[in-house]
Design a binder for this molecule. Structure first.
Ligand SMILES: *Cc1c(COP(=O)(O)O)cnc(C)c1O
Ligand code: SF4
Length: 335
């Protein structure tokens, strides 16, 4: 019996093991990072509506004993989350209006976004989907068929975007079946994945994953979400190199976050590191006004000033497009 259990453990891919070891206890996080005494009751209250979730590989990149570490600030809840701020909404992008079939957003011409599942390897405190009703968006077989019918019925769609949650928290078995179905729709050209997994758990990019990615006729684009160069250690670089080696185009999007990366030098270092990792900067998002996250926000003037300074610090192709997502615009709005 012990042997069969061991065998089963051995069969579990490394990334799945990491997913089962996510750090979820805020006090353990503070202990491991030597952050000193914390208000236990408050931390627990803060994690009630949106839990703490930190993968171990990410944890290892956070500086010990530094409450202002830019990686830590993305995962550790702060008191300000409890403040109600007027103008900050639960559904900032009014996404419900663009959902012709449950689980599918069709907001922009030519591409549809599929909310594959609600789970992530990390809970980012600034997440604009933190209030999203994911339970209504679990994709079962019937729903998947409705999604396929919708895409097949609209010749103007040439790109499918897998989003979430994080689409790479789905198993390769499930992903490869879905990609096979999409392959069969002739007017589709591209498949795009928006994911933080190559950063959070680099072992996610394993042979099984590369297999289905390589076997689809669709051109693959992977958009990673990195906010700071310190997230991109050599393990992450190796995972990204594996994706690059099979011809996946790699892009990055960043959210401009107060105290984390609202500084042209920090953004230059991020762009430079991304390029070393084979990734081009794509978008720099102005923060969405989501309730409980006002402390991450900065005003447009400051954002523009940072972007303009960034332009003076690095090559033009390393400057991401500064955008804001407005609920009823036909594209993300360039600033
Ligand atoms: C951001 C987004 C896209 C992709 O937009 P691009 O400008 O092509 O990156 C597509 N659909 C939805 C709903 C989006 O929010
Ligand atoms: S990985 Fe993306 S969807 Fe998941 S919590 Fe972070 S920002 Fe939100």
């Amino acid at each position: 019996m012990t042997i069969s259990v061991l065998q089963r453990v051995a069969e579990k891919p490394a990334w799945k093991v990491e997913m089962s070891k996510l750090l979820t206890d805020p006090l353990e996080l503070c202990r491991q990072l030597e952050l000193g005494p914390q208000d236990e009751a408050e931390l627990r209250e803060l994690c009630e509506p949106f839990s703490l979730r930190v993968p171990r590989p990410y944890l290892s990149r956070i500086k010990r004993g530094d409450l202002n570490d830019p990686l830590l600030l993305q995962v550790l809840p702060r008191t300000q989350e409890l403040q109600e701020t007027s103008g900050y909404k639960l559904d900032p992008l009014a996404e419900k209006e663009f959902t012709p079939v449950p689980g599918l957003l069709h907001k922009y011409k030519g591409r549809v976004l599929i909310v594959l599942n609600g789970s992530c390897a990390i809970n980012c405190r600034y997440c604009f989907r933190r209030h999203f009703p994911y339970q209504e968006h679990q994709i079962g077989q019937t729903q998947w068929q409705l999604i396929l019918d919708y895409i097949a019925g609209d010749q103007s769609i040439n790109e499918v975007i897998f989003s979430g949650g994080d689409p790479l928290t789905s198993t390769d078995h499930s992903l490869s079946k879905k990609v096979c179905d999409l392959d069969a729709i002739p007017h589709l050209k591209r498949l795009r994945l928006h994911t933080r997994l190559p950063i959070m758990i680099p072992s996610r990019i394993n042979e099984t994953c590369l297999d289905w990615m390589e076997s689809t006729r669709l051109q693959l684009v992977v958009v990673i979400h990195s906010n700071h160069a310190a997230e991109l250690d050599d393990e992450v670089k190796a995972a990204l190199a594996r994706l690059g080696s099979i011809g996946v185009r790699l892009l990055n999007q960043t959210v401009l976050l107060k105290d984390i990366n609202n500084n042209a030098g920090v953004l230059r270092d991020l762009s430079e590191r991304l390029f070393e990792c084979g990734v081009l900067p794509y978008y720099l998002h102005l923060f969405d006004p989501v309730q409980g996250c006002a402390h991450f926000d900065l005003d447009r003037q400051e954002a523009l000033r940072i972007r303009n300074e960034l332009q003076t610090l690095c090559a033009g192709f390393l400057v991401p497009r500064l955008v804001i997502e407005e609920p009823n615009e036909p594209n993300k709005t360039l600033l």
